[in-house]
Design a protein around this ligand. Structure first.
Ligand code: DQQ
Length: 655
């Protein structure tokens, strides 16, 4: 690894080009590369990021917990009410606020102070590990980085702590795959061993140049925790596995421009070629409370020009992490390379909001001349409207797969249990199954996300259920005849037409998934759906469901929700209810697809218009005690469901 002499402190505040000598060897010249240090000799410098929190009043916590109430309506049986959890020993927990002092969003889940702590057995923790989602063998992982298809291999890099199951010491893990599902783990690609990334080799993106060479731009957190952008490239571009990486000796190539906070400048996107022959990319930041994305042009990835104005900004949204911009076609069924534009194209802009740790997107028009993007619907602008996923899904990033002509989305599923449990199990976080993204031509207002087709190769035995009827207030066991910890479920639901027509004004203005009482709250036309990872007595259950409301004019609104409030009897885990509305067009049946993989449940409604990722921690509904049920907790409508349920095999990661 080539190293650069430590520059004076002032260098960080000078224009980027002023400290990048022009005499550096040309980019990607093999002569400039050197052997990569073995990973175990790197990352030696570690730091503690532990910041203690002031204690909060235990009483407040107890009060907050008691808010999770089971509500029943009417006289009909409510099958969703279960026995309360076994008593658990209260214990104050003060998890560290990992990430925030370093200038990134909170990286640890924070159970409410005073929440009783559950002691997990090895067997229960082992059950949580997924069978076909991407995970490193051990330790902490967060954002997806630099996904790319190169010389026959899909490459996946990720934020990784080689030393433990908490955020810190961030390096780039690396794995390769032929099909985005079966992964082979490789040595770490980059570690924090230079002054300009000693506090973390943070998130970045890959760009394939016109001649096929690859460059990586990433954020480094410097020795003074200043966020700068750095350049890296493969040591041997002929190596399809891209095992060794070289950091550009002239790093950092970009420092925060005047007016931008030193901890508010991170996560460069993939660059695309402008009609003027320059490479362009964006970086997220904020100005006071306004989330912004800066636009840079470069010809050689060594010197950069900051464009006047911004790609886009939205007041009140705070720091924009992991921004992304990409085209989707209004006409064809395939994905588009990042630089494509024209009359048949819309552009998605996405941000990961530091303030609420959710990924938001909006559709709009990108003007290549001005470098500006205008949303189709300012009411649903980036950060205040649509989300990729209404569950646990953050810091996502897309890439264009030139092999299959598709745009693929990666997203990080964080833990929502206590940090103690993560340390006990020795790993933290999973990546969502990569999703193809298409513009939804039918609605014209959203994208469609769908698990990449390769995941279907893991399907094994199948059980079909045809037109199973569920009366109001009923639960129907679905005996599949195989283990239910790894499933691919495709289900369609028909709602009793008489009920649909006769019911008037039901919860139209008041219902929302997160603020309702989950699957236990009964309405005339919902909830109904599936209970995943549910034991025979439904003590633990994760309902994934639709809920239909109707106004006085006869307009329907359909919600798609996932209720974690009874997913686990453990109390020191997330218990929220997730979801949002889902567009359902005239004549469409309600449909959902659910990928179940141990502690991860990814749910897609109406072909991927609304998605919810669940991270759950059952302690009863595991192994042979977990089953799947159809439920209908509506008070009036009968539901008829048809399902295809496959058992899924594992995608073993090769070492
Ligand atoms: N994660 C990285 C940052 C990014 C954040 C640090 C988002 O580059 O902003 O691990 O989770």
């Amino acid at each position: 690894m080539q190293k650069m002499a430590f520059p004076g402190r002032h260098a960080l505040h000078e224009p980027s080009h002023s400290h990048i000598p022009s005499s550096y060897a040309p980019l990607l010249d093999p002569a400039t590369t050197s052997a990569f240090e073995a990973p175990d000799r790197q990352c030696r410098r570690r730091r503690s990021s532990v910041v203690a929190l002031p204690l909060m009043a235990v009483l407040l916590v107890v009060a907050l917990f008691s808010v999770v109430a089971l509500v029943t309506n009417g006289n009909k049986p409510n099958p969703m009410v279960s026995t309360p959890p076994e008593s658990q020993q209260p214990e104050n927990m003060i998890p560290s606020r990992r990430g925030e002092t370093e200038g990134v969003s909170l990286k640890s889940f924070r159970p409410l102070l005073g929440a009783p702590k559950y002691s997990w057995t090895k067997k229960l923790l082992a059950w949580q590990k997924t069978g076909f989602h991407f995970q490193p063998k051990k330790n902490w992982m967060n954002d997806p980085n630099g996904p790319v298809f190169y010389k026959g291999w899909y490459h996946f890099f990720y934020q990784y702590n080689p030393y433990g199951a908490v955020w810190g010491n961030i390096a780039w893990g690396h794995a390769v795959s032929r099909d985005l599902i079966h992964w082979r783990h490789l040595p770490m690609a980059m570690v924090p061993d230079d002054w300009y990334d000693i506090n973390g080799v943070w998130t970045g993106s890959a760009t394939i140049l016109e001649d096929g060479r690859l460059v990586m731009l990433y954020t480094g957190s410097t020795n003074e925790s200043v966020q700068v952008q750095n350049l890296a490239y493969p040591a041997d571009p002929l190596d399809p596995l891209l095992v060794d990486w070289v950091k550009y000796p002239g790093n950092p190539v970009l420092v925060p421009p005047p007016g931008i906070g030193s901890k508010d400048f991170r996560d460069p996107t993939t660059a695309w070629l402008t009609p003027q022959g320059k490479w362009r990319f964006i970086i997220g930041s904020k100005l006071n409370k306004t989330g912004i994305s800066l636009v840079y042009d470069t010809k050689d990835f060594k010197t950069y020009e900051l464009l006047n104005g911004l790609l886009h900004s939205v007041p009140g949204t705070g720091m924009w992490e992991c921004v992304d911009i990409f085209p989707v076609s209004k006409i064809v069924e395939n994905g588009l390379d990042t630089g494509e534009n024209g009359p048949g194209v819309k552009h998605v802009v996405k941000t990961s909001l530091d303030d609420d740790r959710n990924d938001y997107y909006a559709l709009g028009t990108y003007d290549g001349e001005t470098g500006k993007w205008i949303p189709d619907d300012p009411i649903n602008d980036v950060g205040i409207g649509l989300r990729y996923d209404y569950g646990i899904f953050y810091a996502s990033k897309t890439f264009y797969d030139q092999e299959k002509k598709r745009r693929v989305l990666w997203g990080w599923i964080k833990e929502t249990d206590s940090e103690n449990a993560d340390i006990q199990k020795g790993w933290a976080s999973v990546q969502a199954i990569p999703r193809t993204i298409l513009f939804d031509k039918k609605t014209g207002t959203n994208i469609l996300q769908w698990p990449v087709e390769e995941v279907e190769r893991l399907r094994m035995s199948k059980k079909v259920f045809d037109k199973v009827e569920a009366k109001p207030g009923s639960i129907v066991p679905l005996h599949v005849g195989f283990a239910t910890s790894q499933l691919d479920i495709v289900a369609e639901f028909e709602v009793d037409k008489v009920a649909l027509e006769s019911i008037n004004d039901t919860d139209h203005t008041t219902y929302s998934c997160p603020t309702s009482h989950g699957a236990a709250q009964r309405g005339a036309l919902g909830p109904f759906g599936l209970l995943v990872h549910t034991d025979n007595h439904q003590t633990e259950q994760t309902p994934v469901y639709f809920y239909i409301s109707k106004d006085t004019e006869g307009n329907f609104k359909t919600f798609f929700c996932a209720d974690h409030s009874r997913s686990s009897e453990a109390i020191d885990v997330d218990k929220a209810i997730y979801g949002s509305t889902v567009p359902v067009l005239e004549g469409e049946k309600l449909s959902m697809r659910i990928l179940v993989d141990h502690s991860i449940i990814e749910s897609f409604a109406q072909g991927g218009r609304t998605c919810i990722t669940s991270r759950i921690y059952p302690m009863r509904a595991v192994y042979e005690n977990a089953g799947i049920f159809l439920f209908n907790n509506a008070t009036d409508a009968t539901i008829t469901a048809s399902l295809h349920i496959w058992q899924m095999s594992s995608a073993y990661a090769h070492s």
